[in-house]
Design a protein around this ligand. Structure first.
Ligand code: NAG
Ligand code: NAG
Ligand code: NAG
Length: 288
């Protein structure tokens, strides 16, 4: 082969390579993430079309006296649920964070935490200043939530942590990933525990997995809790657009980063939280 052909071939390979990278720089892989800072907005705008809303987003008029928190551990579908709520109601959802990437792509009420918004996103425990009168607690199984958040931290340019990130060792020969899982699992448990045990207002519990499987019914349950009535057309439109742009696709992995010990710990903690939820529902007479 002449040098010219080799050069041409190399140019084609490079072009294809970068095209793939640009395609994969999708907000699905990081939209929830820039509340930790970073220049996410620029990357989003590379290929992000504007969101098509069922109706033009607006603030709540008149504002509600009751501010409702949308609580979850990170990586649990908070942004997707906000997206669904905005589609079905046309009312903006707020956040205790200022995520610039989200703000320019469909969530104009970032950093709004009063009755002008439908719900307010938070990953923190219940605040002591009684900012919230009610809460929606979105619970995803800890394995997927922890993995989603780990991928966010290590996302590099294509949104999935490299395999090496799971194998990196610390000096004590303990894998960073193992330490991460145990710390995050504690945090996953305590987020749910604090809200279920310490929040004085009503809590509506939503399982992420149920929201995925039975989106319409689960969303309707949330609207009932919010005392918000929508028409059937509103609901149909939201369901038609339910995939949105902020939902991560399932990532194919050819290996499972969780060890049998980790699975055992995940199961133990998950059962403890499940029991807390059951107790909460029993004592508060709710059956969702
Ligand atoms: C968020 O809102 C508060 C009060 O409304 C304001 O003081 C603050 O500057 C805002 N933060 C950002 C990052 O815009
Ligand atoms: C809620 O907060 C936003 C932004 O801080 C502000 O523009 C709006 O007027 C506030 N609404 C009410 C009802 O206080
Ligand atoms: C919904 O309405 C009921 C009955 O009026 C009220 O007790 C409850 O606080 C309202 N829920 C929210 C989230 O505002």
């Amino acid at each position: 082969m002449s040098r010219r052909w080799i050069f041409l071939l190399a140019a084609i390979v490079a072009t294809v390579h970068f095209s793939i990278i640009i395609v994969m720089l999708s907000p699905l892989y990081g939209a929830k993430n820039s509340y930790y800072g970073g220049s996410y907005a620029n990357r989003l705008s590379l290929r992000q079309p504007n969101v098509n809303w069922c109706k033009e987003l607006r603030f709540r008029i008149p504002p509600s006296n009751s501010v409702v928190a949308l609580v979850s551990y990170p990586g649990s579908g908070n942004t997707w649920l906000r997206y669904l709520l905005q589609q079905v109601t046309g009312i903006m959802t707020g956040s205790i964070y200022m995520d610039y990437g989200l703000r320019v792509h469909g969530f104009p009420a970032e950093n709004v935490t009063n009755g002008s918004v439908l719900v307010v996103k938070t990953h923190e425990g219940p605040p002591s200043d009684h900012k919230f009168q009610a809460a929606i607690l979105l619970i995803r199984n800890p394995r997927d939530a922890i993995l989603a958040d780990f991928n966010r931290i290590h996302k590099g340019h294509i949104g999935t942590a490299p395999k090496s990130a799971f194998k990196r060792k610390t000096r004590e020969h303990k894998s960073d990933w193992a330490t991460y899982v145990s710390i995050e699992l504690r945090s996953w448990e305590s987020t749910h525990k604090h809200w279920l045990n310490n929040f004085p207002g009503p809590i509506h519990i939503v399982f992420y997995e149920t929201l995925v499987d039975r989106t319409r019914q689960t969303l309707q349950g949330i609207l009932d809790f919010l005392n918000h009535t929508v028409t059937e057309e509103d609901m149909n439109c939201a369901m038609y657009n339910k995939e949105g742009i902020y939902r991560r696709r399932k990532k194919y992995r050819d290996f499972d980063p969780f060890t049998p010990n980790m699975y055992a710990a995940l199961e133990t903690v998950r059962n403890r939280v499940r029991d807390m939820v059951t107790d909460y529902q029993r004592t508060h007479n709710r059956t969702e």
